[in-house]
Design a protein around this ligand. Structure first.
Ligand code: MF3
Ligand code: CO
Length: 250
């Protein structure tokens, strides 16, 4: 497993790729309201990316047909946008987006409530987001990769939620998915030692119910097997000798 260490020049490009994606997410979040279709979100997202002279990295990735992954309620990730899927009050929707800026990739996800949502749904969203921040407390040069996984698990499990095990975070740079793979659940091993200049996408996916997931017939959409709600939160980060830099957040 070769984990790339970015040069100062590459880090500058990753920073810009991340900043532009943060802008895209900010704008996209404002579009979420009852009555909008998941396809509308994709159209808006692709426009926001292209307006910034960037390319949507998900489009045609292994045949994925859209620019944004839009996953509603029990859909965990990789929901395919559709004109027929209309968001309604009380839904939760995960938006996963990424772009390429001058050859460098960024990747980030946010879960939003549609209008008024239940306290249970809001708590799932909040815990999922916080689990990312708990994890990255260990995303420091000299620590080990699975310190991040263990911290996410230790935070989430006491809530009675479960962590998706079939999908993981990843290195990112000149490709969307680089080594290493980053599980969000506790590991017995330590994993590689983190080094300044690594860029990683940390992305916990958390279910209210059981951890098992399945794939719909489209072979993309991942749903919880038990039909319970799932949330996703992701940022691209840079490992430094001190606190990690979150590249896809202002
Ligand atoms: N953020 C997603 C991931 O890291 C990217 C989805 S790739 C796509 O898995 F093809 F589904 F768009
Ligand atoms: Co990702």
């Amino acid at each position: 497993m070769a984990v790339s260490i970015k040069s100062a020049r590459e880090i500058e490009l990753m920073r810009e790729a991340g900043r532009l994606l943060a802008e895209v997410h900010e704008e996209l979040g404002k579009a979420i309201k009852p009555g909008i279709s998941t396809m509308d979100i994709d159209v808006i997202g692709e426009k926001l990316i292209r307006e910034r002279d960037c390319v949507p990295n998900f489009l045609h990735y292994n045949g994925y047909p859209a620019s944004i992954c839009v996953s509603v309620n029990d859909e965990v990730v990789h929901g395919i946008p559709s004109k027929k899927r209309i968001l309604k009050e009380g839904d939760i929707v995960s938006l996963d987006a990424g772009l390429i800026y001058k050859g460098y990739h960024s990747d980030a996800a946010r879960t939003h409530g549609v209008g008024q949502i239940s306290p249970q749904a809001q708590k799932l969203i909040d815990v999922t987001k916080q689990s990312f921040f708990e994890g990255i407390k260990y995303a420091v040069a000299g620590k080990h990769l699975y310190d991040i996984s263990n911290a996410i698990d230790a935070y989430v499990t006491p809530f009675g939620y479960s962590i998706v095990r079939d999908l993981v975070g990843h290195g990112i740079g000149t490709k969307l998915h680089e080594d290493p793979q980053i599980p969000n659940f506790a590991q017995r091993r330590k994993g590689i030692q983190l080094q300044a200049g690594m860029t990683l996408a940390i992305e916990p996916m958390i279910n209210i119910g059981r951890s098992d997931v399945e794939w719909l017939a489209d072979d993309w959409t991942v749903v919880t097997e038990d039909g319970t709600l799932s949330a996703h939160y992701e940022n691209t980060i840079l490992i430094t000798d001190g606190e990690p830099e979150i590249l896809t957040m202002f």
